[in-house]
Design a protein around this ligand. Structure first.
Ligand code: GDP
Length: 299
């Protein structure tokens, strides 16, 4: 809880602070409601949610003075209501050896880091982990994954920079299967500059893995950087088409005052949200819980 509130401090202090100054010794009227709606839109909750929450706050309180904490309570309750349906723990089918997680998302979103953090969680559950360094475009990504492999005691399968990512995924799955590994985490490149190339590469990775195990991948996790704000919405559409996203990990919530983006995403797509990233450290990946998150951002 402490890590969560600290991680979400920017969003909560910006939104909570603005609400406090807006409603301190002021009546709830058309002007304050409009300002409240603006605060919520600033936090990236999206217009539909901002409007709905503003209406919920106004209900029965019009023309009355209302303590800021009451506004925050209504806000937290409404945010929780939007998020509860999408808060799903990531479940690993232990019968699959390996359970294959394909990690997708644009460059810099936090895929490689999230793979390291996830590997640490799986290792803590005594599961064996293999990582496939499928971001073959960047030498740094391959190196970074090797470091995470060492830190977490995971096997890393890599090839030289520029190698075919689908071929690597095929080999990694073949080896992980032969070894009876519990979890295979497949990193991918996320070059948005070339959307057609990105899509066909992801499709190829999926197609090739199915030759080894026709049920793979068992989860396709889209890693989204919270600091990109509303752009996250178009990234979901893109990766849905390219790889069939099964769940979301939202990173860098510690680096933005716009943590409300999860509400906009939940209302638009309804995709499961498994984890949130609140820092660069290995422990800075929190299972997503609607109530805790709502309370933490409402301030
Ligand atoms: P990739 O290109 O998608 O693999 O992204 P990386 O995993 O290389 O991450 C890009 C940068 O974001 C790195 O500097 C990470 O340390 C940083 N990063 C990843 N997740 C988080 C997070 O939750 N919070 C913060 N503050 N930084 C993060």
């Amino acid at each position: 809880w402490k890590r969560l509130t600290q991680g979400l401090a920017r969003t909560s202090s910006s939104m909570g602070g603005a609400i406090t100054s807006l409603f301190t010794k002021r009546k709830l009227d058309a002007t304050t409601l409009e300002d409240l709606e603006d605060i919520l839109i600033q936090a990236d909750l999206g217009v539909p949610a901002a409007t709905r929450i503003t209406e919920a706050v106004a209900k029965g309180r019009y023309d009355k003075e209302i303590p800021p904490d009451d506004v925050k309570r209504v806000l937290a309750a409404e945010v929780e209501r939007s998020l509860a349906p999408v808060a799903h723990p990531l479940s690993i089918d232990r019968g699959r050896k390996p359970f294959v997680l394909l990690m997708v998302g644009v460059n810099g979103a936090g895929k490689t880091t999230t793979i390291g953090k996830l590997a640490a969680k799986f290792r803590a559950q005594k599961l064996s982990v293999t990582m496939a360094a499928g971001d073959t475009f960047r030498a740094a990504a391959i190196e970074q994954l090797k470091v995470w492999g060492e830190r977490t005691g995971s096997t890393v399968i890599s090839r030289e920079q520029g190698a075919d990512a689908a071929g690597l995924a095929f080999d990694a799955l073949t080896q992980a299967r032969r070894d009876g590994t519990d979890v295979l985490l497949v990193d991918t490149a996320g070059r948005l500059q070339n959307k057609a190339g990105l899509m066909s590469e992801l499709e190829k990775i999926v197609r090739v893995m199915k030759k080894v195990d026709d049920t793979a991948p068992h989860a396709v996790l889209l890693v989204l950087d919270a600091t990109v704000g509303q752009n996250a919405l178009s990234q979901v559409e893109l990766f849905q088409k390219a790889a069939g996203v099964t769940g979301i990990v939202m990173t860098k919530l510690d680096g933005t005052a716009r943590g409300g983006i999860l509400v906009a995403l939940a209302e638009r797509f309804g995709l499961p949200v498994h984890f949130i990233g609140v820092g660069e450290g290995v422990d800075d990946l929190e299972p997503f819980a609607a109530r805790d998150f709502a309370r933490a951002i409402a301030g």
